[in-house]
Design a protein around this ligand. Structure first.
Ligand SMILES: Cc1ncc(COP(=O)(O)O)c(C=O)c1O
Length: 383
C-alpha cells in the first residue's frame, strides 16, 4: 500500500539520536533549547517553547493567554479533534465557525458572525499545509481585542506573503508527529513574540514549577516552588535531537512535497470529476496533505466506493476530517441534527486525501494519478 503519509528518516537522523543516547541527558537538557532556538530562527520568531505533543502545545498556548471557564474560542470544524479539545481542557467552549468551500480554511466572515461578549480568541488551522487568511482574521481579532492563534501543525515550511507559518499569529503551534512536515517521534512547539506567554508555558509544561533543573543548578539551590497547576508536557532531548536533525532537511522535504503536488495538478488538469483544493494568492504551500474535492456528480456513496476501490489497488487514500462536532463526544453539546457549519458538512462528504510524503518515488506518483483517473471515470460512467 502506498500510504497517505510517511516519515522520512535517514542515517543523519539516526546518528543525531544516538549521540544523545550516549550523552548525559535523556529528557529536557541542552538539546531541547537548541531545537527551540533553531525553530525560532527558522520562522523568525523570538520565543519557542517545546512540548511533548502538538496537543499539549495547544493546551499550553490557551492557558498562557488565560483561557478559562466561561470563555469562548472560535475554531474551524475541519480539523483534527485536538484543536477543539484543547479549548475544553481549559474549561472553555469551542465555537465552530464554517470554512471556505474552496480551501477548507476558516472563513473570516463566519468568524465575525460567531463573536459574542464571551469570545476571547480565534484558532485558525493551516489545513493541509496552507496558511489561513491571517490578514483578514487579524483585522477581526484586532477590532474585537481577541488573541489570534495559528494551529500550524500542518504548515511548518509554508509561508504567506513571504512570512513563514509560525510567525503569522500571536501564538502558533507546530506538531512533530511522524506524518507532519518534520518529526520528533511525538512533539510540539509554540512560537510567540510575547515573553510573558513563553515564560508561563515553560512553567506549565513542568508541573507549574518556577525553576527547572538548570535554573536551580545555576542558583546553587535545590529549592523550587510550584506556583500554579501544570503538567508533565516536556519534550525529551532524544526527541529534540531527531527534530533538530529533521529541521535541517525541511527545505528538501517541502520542495519534494511541492513537486509531488505539481505532478498531481498536471495529471488531474484534464478531468472533470473533482478538483484539488484551491491555493490562495501569496501562499507557499507545505502540502502536508493533498486533498481533492469530488464534484456534485459524486454522491456520498461514490466517495466510499472510490476510497475502497483505491485502497484495494494499493493507493492508501484517507479522509481529513469529519467535522469535529459530529464526533459523539461533541454531540452532547450540539443538538442532534443541527447543521452548525453547512460548508464543512457538505465538503466532508466529498473530500479525499491522496498519498504525499517526501520519499514518494515518481513511479508511485504516476500510479496514484492513473488509478485515481481510472477509478473516478469508472464510478461516474457506471452511474
Ligand atoms: C490540525 C492538527 N492540530 C493538532 C494536532 C495535534 O498534534 P499532536 O498529534 O502532535 O498532538 C494535529 C495532529 O495530529 C493536527 O493535525
Amino acid at each position: 500500500m502506498i500510504p497517505y503519509a510517511k516519515q522520512s528518516i535517514d542515517e543523519s537522523d539516526i546518528e543525531a539520536v544516538c549521540e544523545v543516547l550516549r550523552s548525559e541527558f535523556l529528557t529536557t537538557g541542552p538539546v531541547v533549547s537548541l531545537f527551540e532556538r533553531a525553530v525560532a530562527r527558522r520562522v523568525a520568531m523570538p520565543h519557542a517553547v517545546a512540548f511533548s505533543s502538538g496537543t499539549a502545545a495547544l493546551h499550553a498556548a490557551l492557558v498562557a493567554i488565560g483561557i478559562g471557564p466561561g470563555d469562548e474560542v472560535i475554531v474551524p470544524p475541519i480539523t483534527f479533534v485536538a484543536t477543539a479539545n484543547a479549548v475544553i481542557y481549559c474549561g472553555a467552549t469551542p465555537v465552530f465557525a464554517d470554512v471556505d468551500p474552496n480551501t477548507l480554511l476558516l472563513d473570516p466572515q463566519k468568524v465575525q458572525q460567531k463573536i459574542t461578549s464571551a469570545t476571547r480568541a480565534v484558532i485558525a488551522v493551516d489545513y493541509a499545509g496552507q496558511p489561513a487568511n491571517y490578514p483578514a482574521l487579524r483585522a477581526i481579532t484586532d477590532q474585537h481585542d481577541l488573541v489570534l492563534l495559528a494551529d500550524a501543525c500542518h504548515s511548518l515550511g509554508a509561508a504567506l506573503n513571504e512570512t513563514p507559518a509560525g510567525a503569522l499569529a500571536d501564538l502558533s503551534i507546530f506538531s512533530f508527529h511522524p506524518v507532519k512536515p518534520i518529526t520528533a517521534g511525538e512533539g510540539g512547539m509554540v512560537m510567540t513574540g510575547n515573553p510573558l506567554y513563553a515564560e508561563r508555558m515553560m512553567r506549565f509544561r513542568n508541573h507549574g514549577i518556577d525553576k527547572d533543573h538548570s535554573q536551580r543548578a545555576a542558583l546553587e539551590s535545590w529549592e523550587y516552588d510550584m506556583v500554579e497547576l501544570g503538567y508533565n508536557y516536556r519534550l525529551t532531548d532524544i526527541q529534540s535531537a531527531l527534530g533538530l536533525s529533521q529541521l535541517k532537511r525541511l527545505d528538501e522535504f517541502t520542495r519534494r512535497r511541492g513537486e509531488i503536488a505539481n505532478r498531481y495538478l498536471d495529471g488531474f488538469s484534464a478531468q472533470a470529476g473533482f478538483s484539488p483544493l484551491a491555493v490562495r494568492a501569496g501562499v507557499k504551500h507545505a502540502y502536508h496533505l493533498f486533498v481533492i474535492k469530488l464534484h456534485d456528480a459524486f454522491e456520498q456513496q461514490h466517495r466510499l466506493a472510490l476510497y475502497r476501490r483505491l485502497r484495494s489497488v494499493g493507493v492508501g487514500v484517507n479522509v481529513h476530517y469529519r467535522p469535529v462536532y459530529n464526533n459523539r463526544y461533541y454531540q452532547t453539546s450540539v443538538e442532534p441534527g443541527d447543521v452548525l457549519c453547512p460548508v464543512a458538512e457538505q465538503s466532508y462528504q466529498r473530500i479525499l486525501s491522496l498519498p504525499i510524503y517526501p520519499s514518494m518515488v515518481d513511479a508511485d506518483i504516476q500510479f496514484v494519478i492513473d488509478q485515481v483517473l481510472m477509478a473516478t471515470d469508472e464510478i461516474l460512467t457506471v452511474d
